[in-house]
Design a protein. Structure first.
Length: 651
């Protein structure tokens, strides 16, 4: 108690000396020290069992959430976080409440939420906190309406298998940018983000009557770097912008990660923490702070070319029982994954030529499926939690309806070659980010002078490239593995035209290879000769571009099934329609196509690829309509008409 009072008095002196005496920060400290701590002292310490949240706290009354020596305290009483994580950006807004209710009905009392910076800052200095599922404040208010507390995970870096871990790719336009450190250019952008986001979330802190109990400073920093000054600067930046709840960090349960990534005065999150040994490592470094399992994994992520990841439920229940028996707080990462709609999926790389892009679905084998249904894992966890939590678990909401759609044909209607924008001239290839493009596709074109055939090497192709010579498809190049050379055949053309169409498959979101620009990132050589004088065509496949394709589709009869010259080489747009009596969730089965992207009524469902495992793309009912629905597909390899059908499950 004496040490707490000493720290409090020292803090007051510092704030007076710096003229930053902010009552929003100090008043909760005064209440805590004058009311709560004396009460705890009289009670003789924490109760035998931490109490979980009251199942409703939507009155808007302020609460004080604080860090005891080993337990979290809510209004002075020990509190156990039983959290389930979900990400509003991955869930159609119309389903936010249902997903929150599903987590509550499994036994959770808290929702953890990653916030994706690059989803909210649509261009440098341009923020969108209102449209669609970008309204973070609305999501948090829904959590409160459903009687759930919130753990806020705002980044600026979050990982999350999301494109570039949530960082805005405009930073990659700076050739020598350094991220997640005190590089002034990076921090200037970070401060802008923190300032804008804080205005949205500060009114929703528990100290202001909202549901946010605690805020994460950064994410798994000990897995990336060791700039302690950066971490402390991040904490101060959040405080400067009005965050007056406790903070926490999250790192792997290893000494070197915790030493580099955790901060004194913050709760210590372990990713994961499921044993005495895990918690002992953290408690040796931070003996006076609560330690909890900030990411307990009921499922796992899946990359292209892998089988669907399905971790063992028996092991999960063993880990949860350990946490519950030891009265440890925990967060299930994730209770519901959702979907990497559009081009938002990220990628991993743990070697200089490795590249592991993530599939579109973020089902994650989570307890609540991508489509919002309770799985066998859900019922097992619910049954376990019901034996421990001191509150009544609600009934499970009714499942969201699904619909099967009979097979319908997609016709080739136009090609990317018919919809090229004005090119950018460049001596050598330039990556997307240098041209203010953040995602999608990009085309490079040049004429071959000197060498006209031989070994063509792309350095480096990020991420999947198709090589054409005089309009004829030659070969593909995939970034993973470093095999970036193809053989160009001899032709009778005096100056052959070389074209390279490159797809970005998601910026690397974790570990040391995160500086990851897209397109051709250095040069192209032919038998050792560097090829110069390029035309570069930006193809972001954004809303405006697809609207142009839709207008093109509408202006020509699809029944003919002909695109003329467009069908002679890959890069074709297909179109078709289906009709619904009533809108309901479905999955479009793309197993008769090869590799591409699907839009339904203008909404980008994401990528499919014949290599698997994902060939079915989730389409929520809110993107469908009664009557006719239009489908547009851009396929990199398919040339012939094929069918698509709607099915009711991911696999």
């Amino acid at each position: 108690m004496q040490r707490v009072w000493a720290n409090f008095n020292a803090e007051i002196k510092v704030r007076f000396s710096k003229n930053v005496f902010d009552m929003r920060v100090v008043l909760p400290m005064i209440v805590f020290l004058h009311v709560i701590l004396p009460g705890l002292a009289q009670q003789g310490g924490p109760a035998e069992r931490p109490v979980a949240s009251r199942q409703t706290h939507s009155s808007g009354q302020p609460h004080i959430f604080s860090l005891g020596k080993q337990a979290f305290l809510l209004d002075g009483k020990p509190f156990q976080l039983i959290s389930g994580e979900m990400h509003p950006a991955r869930i159609p807004r119309e389903y936010w409440r249902q997903r929150i209710q599903m987590a509550k009905s499994m036994g959770c009392n808290t929702i953890a939420a990653y916030i994706f910076w690059n989803y909210l800052e649509t261009a440098p200095g341009v923020f969108d906190f209102r449209s669609g599922n970008k309204d973070i404040a609305a999501f948090i208010r829904l959590c409160q309406e459903e009687g759930m507390w919130v753990l806020l995970r705002p980044g600026p870096y979050v990982c999350a298998e999301w494109d570039w871990g949530g960082l805005p790719t405009y930073l990659l336009k700076i050739p020598d940018i350094k991220i997640r450190c005190l590089d002034s250019r990076y921090m200037s952008a970070v401060e802008r983000y923190v300032t804008h986001l804080s205005k949205e979330v500060v009114p929703l802190l528990c100290t202001n009557g909202g549901p946010i109990l605690m805020v994460q400073v950064e994410n798994e920093y000990g897995s990336y770097a060791n700039d302690r000054g950066y971490m402390e600067t991040m904490r101060k930046l959040w405080i400067k912008n009005g965050i007056n709840t406790p903070f926490y960090t999250a790192d792997g349960a290893a000494s070197f990660m915790l030493e580099a990534g955790s901060l004194d005065g913050c709760a210590v999150g372990l990713d994961p923490g499921t044993s005495d040994g895990d918690f002992a490592v953290a408690e040796r470094l931070h003996p006076d702070a609560p330690v909890f399992s900030s990411e307990t994994y009921p499922g796992w992520l899946t990359h292209w070319k892998e089988h669907w990841q399905k971790p063992d439920t028996v092991s999960l229940l063993k880990d949860l029982r350990y946490l519950l028996d030891h009265k440890r707080s925990f967060n299930l990462y994730v209770v519901h994954g959702g979907t990497n709609f559009g081009f938002s999926a990220g990628a991993n790389a743990f070697g200089p030529v490795q590249f592991q892009p993530d599939v579109t679905s973020y089902d994650y084998d989570a307890p609540i499926s991508e489509q919002g249904r309770a799985t066998a894992k859900y019922f097992a966890i619910r049954n376990l939690l019901s034996q421990y939590v001191p509150y009544k678990i609600p009934e499970i909401p009714a499942p969201v309806p699904t619909v099967a759609i009979p097979a319908f044909a997609l016709q080739p209607v136009t090609s990317v070659w018919d919809h090229l924008p004005v090119p950018v001239k460049s001596a050598q290839p330039r990556p997307m980010e240098a041209l203010d493009q953040k995602e999608g596709f990009i085309l490079y074109r040049t004429r071959l002078i000197g060498h006209k055939s031989g070994s063509l090497t792309l350095t480096e192709p990020h991420d999947y490239a198709l090589v054409f010579l005089n309009g004829q498809f030659i070969d593909t190049v995939f970034r993973d593995g470093g095999k970036w050379t193809v053989q160009l055949p001899k032709t009778d053309v005096k100056d052959p035209v070389l074209e390279i169409l490159v797809e970005s498959m998601g910026h690397i979101n974790f570990a040391q290879y995160m500086i990851d620009r897209k397109g051709i990132t250095d040069r192209v050589t032919l038998d050792g000769m560097t090829l110069m004088d390029w035309e570069i065509f930006k193809l972001p496949m954004d809303d405006n571009y697809i609207k142009g394709i839709a207008r093109s589709v509408a202006s020509r009869p699809t029944a003919s099934g002909s695109t003329g010259a467009a069908s002679s080489r890959p890069g074709i747009f297909f179109s078709g329609q289906f009709s619904l009596a009533d809108a309901a969730d479905t999955y479009l089965d793309m197993s008769h196509y090869k590799k591409g992207v699907v839009w339904v009524n203008g909404h980008n469902l994401g990528r499919y690829w014949y290599v698997g495992p994902q060939q079915r793309l989730y389409c929520p009912a809110s993107w469908l309509r009664k009557g006719t629905n239009q489908v547009i597909v851009f396929d990199l390899q398919q040339r012939e008409t094929a069918t698509v059908e709607g099915v009711e499950q991911l696999y």
